[in-house]
Design a protein around this ligand. Structure first.
Ligand SMILES: Nc1nc2c(c(=O)[nH]1)N[C@H]1C(S)=C(S)[C@@H](COP(=O)(O)O)O[C@H]1N2
Ligand SMILES: [Mo]
Length: 520
């Protein structure tokens, strides 16, 4: 108990060291938890589990804000935020221990309990998933008690006391730091044994029975127009949206796709069986995210290789009463796709190849679904392991539970890539260019308007298939001054993109993209 009358400087120092003890105890707890998690399963790590729980629990508007603010760094932001909060809490626990070691112990145990609760309530959790949090909490308690017991005395005798005292604490905190680093680092190294990138590299993709249609000459206008999005998006540049803090690692040899529910003959398939089929297709398809803002970058095009989805479903005798396919991934995500689209949309597939490579691990290795014309949240399940034929009435998938629309057909969209908003350039002739998409329907026309002028028809890239976006370009003479450039697209079947503004939530953004630029 701190008493009145003790030297204020020594009191301040004890408080500082107590806060540091809390920090070190938390570091040891997290390090030990990482080490145990590396043995149990990567997602049982309390840091990951709590992060996952936050992703699951935060309201949609907050999540939208996070995606809008941090974009694809939203996960990094979440982890950094979690670590900052943890550090503050740990320092508080250290300070409390100064008054009451028992309360400090409780503080660490409570911290462990949060990790434990998060780890065992994950949708895909295993029986041992609480272990890392328990072991971490135990190590944290031991560390905290040991450090607090070694704090320099309150009113240390100036003669010889302080140095000895200080050394004892210093040695103890050095040991704690060492344990945290070795355990945490060891955990990291051990985790690599779950890594499937070597198995992925070893896979040889089969040839499709039906190859993607040949592209006409000059199909990719980005060769001529600087700043225009390329026709195909490289795997490394492809946008990534998912709730997985640790990317699921599915070993090809262990992979099974199970079809259950309303099928006449349910069953399962290994990866070899899927890749060995004689009806494989290769198709060029643009994928888009419902969270994409007007003019946003959550869209990409790839050449996909896989099993025709309709054929597979028919082989298993999907029943006519099923209107929803609930797709499950290894991390417990559920994505509900309309059975009808899966059966009838040409080119819907279970993809294992992307741009000539096995699916990248972040994009769903080894198998994901792709259905042209639907947003990813209702079609593009990654790390897909189970397809359950059911009805919309019987089951709400993950995003639908959170208020997103159960059906997610893609809205016609167009985007100005160049000039970028806020740019200034020399007055005179300059290309305005971008992309437009309306998967399964195709883009028939793109119009551009400068300020309040008339709509002008842009030149479209050569026709490349209805499931791809289409590039467009319009050279324009810009007078000096500030200008607003606006774009709108029309589908081949005659629907013009609406100018009515809608937010991404709950079924996709609408409205025309415009940029403000300055010609000098
Ligand atoms: N397992 C799983 N699959 C998922 C998601 C997810 O969070 N988990 N997100 C979906 C969403 S919202 C989109 S837009 C696409 C994005 O696919 P990509 O990351 O390969 O671009 O994946 C879909 N499939
Ligand atoms: Mo999405």
């Amino acid at each position: 108990m701190e008493t009145i009358g003790s030297d204020p400087r020594s009191r301040r120092r004890r408080r500082l060291l107590a806060a540091l003890s809390g920090l070190l105890a938390a570091a040891v707890a997290l390090g030990v938890a990482e080490l145990v998690a590396a043995v149990v399963s990567p997602a049982s790590s309390p840091v990951v589990a709590v992060g996952d729980a936050v992703i699951t629990l935060v309201p949609e508007p907050v999540k939208e804000l996070a995606i809008a603010t941090f974009g694809q760094h939203d996960k990094t932001a979440l982890i950094v935020g979690t670590l900052i909060l943890t550090a503050l809490y740990a320092m508080g626990v250290g300070l409390v221990s100064l008054r009451s070691p028992g309360l400090g112990t409780l503080g660490i145990l409570a911290f462990g309990l949060v990790g434990l609760a998060a780890a065992v309530t994950r949708p895909a959790s295993g029986p041992l998933d609480g272990l890392p949090s328990l072991a971490g909490a135990a190590a944290g308690v031991i560390t905290l008690r040991a450090l607090i017991a070694r704090l320099p005395a309150r009113d240390a005798v100036p003669a010889d006391g302080p140095d000895l005292d200080r050394r004892r604490f210093l040695v103890a905190s050095g040991v704690a730091l060492g344990v945290a680093a070795v355990a945490g680092g060891g955990g990291r190294l051990l985790k690599n044994r779950f890594d499937v990138s070597a198995a992925r590299d070893a896979l040889v993709l089969p040839r499709p029975a039906s190859a993607a249609g040949a592209l006409p000459g000059g199909a990719d206008l980005s060769r001529q127009v600087k700043g225009l999005t390329p026709l195909f998006t490289g795997n490394r540049d492809f946008y990534r949206i998912d709730t997985a803090l640790t990317v699921p690692q599915v070993r090809p040899a262990d992979y099974r796709l199970t079809l259950t529910g309303m099928f006449d003959s349910p069953g399962s398939h290994t990866l070899d069986e899927l890749m060995g089929r004689s009806d494989l297709i290769e198709r060029d398809i643009t994928l888009t995210c419902v969270s994409n803002e007007i003019g946003g970058g959550l869209a990409g095009t790839a050449r996909w290789l896989g099993v025709p989805l309709g054929a597979l479903l028919r082989e298993h005798g999907v029943r006519s009463g099923s209107d929803q396919l609930v797709c499950r991934s290894t991390d417990g995500m559920t994505i509900g796709a309309p059975t009808r689209s899966a059966l009838e949309v040409e080119d819907a597939m279970l993809a294992f190849g992307m741009n000539g490579e096995p699916l990248p691990v972040e994009h769903g290795f080894p198998v994901r679904m792709v259905i042209p014309g639907l947003y990813g949240y209702v079609s593009a399940c990654k790390w897909l392991t189970r397809i359950q034929a059911t009805t919309f009435a019987a089951f709400d998938a993950y995003w639908v539970e959170r208020g997103w629309a159960a059906k997610g057909p893609i809205k016609v969209a167009s985007r100005i890539d160049t000039p970028a908003s806020g740019r200034s350039f020399t007055a005179g002739r300059r290309a305005v260019a971008g992309v437009a998409w309306a998967q399964t329907r195709g883009i028939g026309r793109v119009e551009v308007r400068v300020d309040d002028g008339d709509w002008m028809d842009a030149e479209l890239s050569p026709a490349v298939g209805l499931d791809l976006w289409r590039q467009w370009v319009l050279p324009h003479d810009f007078a000096a001054g500030r200008h607003t450039i606006t774009v709108r697209a029309t589908t081949l079947d005659g629907e013009t993109q609406t100018g009515d503004l809608a937010d991404p939530f709950p079924n996709g953004a609408s409205g025309w993209h415009s940029v403000v630029v300055t010609a000098r």
